[in-house]
Design a protein around this ligand. Structure first.
Ligand code: FCB
Length: 433
């Protein structure tokens, strides 16, 4: 039987601390985060990574998904930090010591300031810079890495940066959306080739085939009013634009991110060989969304200039602490949808904001049941990564939402296993019997 990967996921900026050379840090300083929070020391993972990797292993996991911080590795254009590479090498050694197969994410929302200032992925030469970074990573760490995500949630990054304004540079510009989309696609494609062409492999997983993909956010969209023609139309459109377009593009299908009259089609367009550039589909799944025509609640607008909005739950529906509906069936639907691409699937993120830990165990049970059903139905799901190992800096929402299997005390940085963490550990143990 093929080994199933049980993992937890994190990202550099959310846990490491003092990533002060990236675009988020600067944006935080301008007061854009709820409660005027700043990532600051985050969870102090920079100093506590040995302990944290051990905590991951203590859960019985056999894999760990983390991201590397480009702005630490290349704080100024063309200047590389041996110290930062050294730190990631030590992190990898800890993973190896504890038999946690690493899944490395190259870009998880943050970009170095120098790169962001020259337009980020909207700049026509952005892929060259990204590829220089990838080459360095391959040189320094690559031989030891079997699993790669080039980008975390490119769609969320694009919507947040250029439509919804919840990520830096928080501009409303469908044109820039389109340019950055092309830039990221090209960067992904080139990184895919570079990673596959690396000649050397080493470490405990050197005989594993290299697998490269993206971690893609999928939302189970519904029309808020099932009789409303425009809501039905936009639901269809969002399923295609938000859920499908990226997966089509990287698997050799159509490249089409255009929305007539709203998102322009780029010229010249990136083309990808029909065989595509993905060895797996990574799914980040959290919730459903109701598509609303002219929402009354302003917060539900996708952008100020667009008459369509989104709500992540309805009144009285069970939700997480950030108001996302708890909707396990959506995970099953998304797995069935992703299975059409005929590639292995990893659930690269799934979890719930639940500080007092009263919902996470049931959330795990119901979502893992969907994974089991999918596997029994013949879908090639190869792993499940829970978001997150630790409570952490939840982007624009600051430190409020608590997604961790381990609770973090932000005064002392002490970690404490939640009961749901114990439950996951038991589940993993039982699954291997
Ligand atoms: C995902 C992000 C991750 C985390 C979770 C809650 O969209 O990839 O960094 O913020 O949501």
């Amino acid at each position: 039987m093929r080994e199933f990967l049980w993992g937890a996921a994190t990202s550099s900026h959310q846990i490491e601390g003092y990533n002060d050379k990236n675009d988020w840090w600067e944006w935080e300083l301008k007061g854009n985060i709820e409660g005027n929070a700043r990532s600051g020391a985050a969870t102090d993972h920079l100093n506590r990574f040995r302990e944290d990797i051990k905590l991951a292993a203590d859960l019985g996991l056999n894999s760990y998904r983390f991201s590397i911080e480009w702005s630490r590795l290349e704080p100024q254009e063309g200047q590389w930090s041996d110290e930062a590479f050294g730190w990631y090498k030590d992190l990898l050694s800890e993973c190896e010591k504890h038999k946690l197969k690493p899944m490395l994410t190259l870009h998880h929302f943050t970009s170095p300031n120098w790169f962001a200032k020259r337009g980020g992925f909207t700049a026509p030469d952005a892929p060259n810079y990204f590829c220089e970074f990838v080459k360095r990573v391959i040189h320094e760490l690559g031989p030891r890495i079997p699993l790669w995500c080039t980008f975390n949630e490119p769609m969320v990054l694009l919507v947040g940066s250029y439509l919804g304004k919840f990520m830096p540079p928080a501009e409303f510009s469908p044109l820039k959306f389109s340019q950055a989309c092309q830039g990221i696609l090209k960067s992904h494609q080139q990184a895919y080739e570079l990673i596959h062409n690396q000649p050397l492999r080493s470490g405990p997983w050197k005989d594993n085939p290299i697998q490269v993909g993206i971690a893609h956010n999928l939302i189970d969209f519904y029309a808020d009013r099932h009789w409303h023609p425009l809501e039905l139309l936009f639901t269809k459109l969002l399923r295609k634009f938000y859920n499908q377009a990226w997966l089509d593009a990287i698997t050799g299908g159509a490249i089409n991110f255009r929305i007539p009259g709203f998102i322009p089609g780029p010229k010249p367009a990136v083309s990808i060989t029909p065989k595509g550039c993905a060895d797996f589909i990574g799914i980040n799944y959290y919730t459903k969304a109701y598509v609303k025509w002219r929402p009354r609640d302003k917060a539900e607008g996708i952008s100020p200039d667009f008459p369509v909005g989104i709500a992540f739950s309805r009144r009285k529906e069970p939700t997480s602490e950030v108001g996302w509906a708890i909707h396990p069936k959506g995970l099953g639907r998304m797995l069935r949808f992703a299975s059409h691409y005929k590639l292995p699937i990893y659930i690269t993120e799934n979890g719930i904001a639940d500080k007092v830990d009263k919902m996470r165990e049931a959330y795990l049970t119901s979502h893992l049941a969907q994974v089991t059903l999918a596997i029994e139905g013949g879908i090639d799901v190869r792993g499940y990564y829970h978001w997150s190992l630790l409570d952490n800096f939840e982007w624009i929402k600051g430190f409020g939402p608590r997604f961790g299997l381990y609770e973090v005390n932000y005064e002392t940085f002490e970690r404490k296993l939640r009961n749901s963490g114990k439950f996951l550990k038991k589940t993993i143990l039982e699954s291997s019997k």
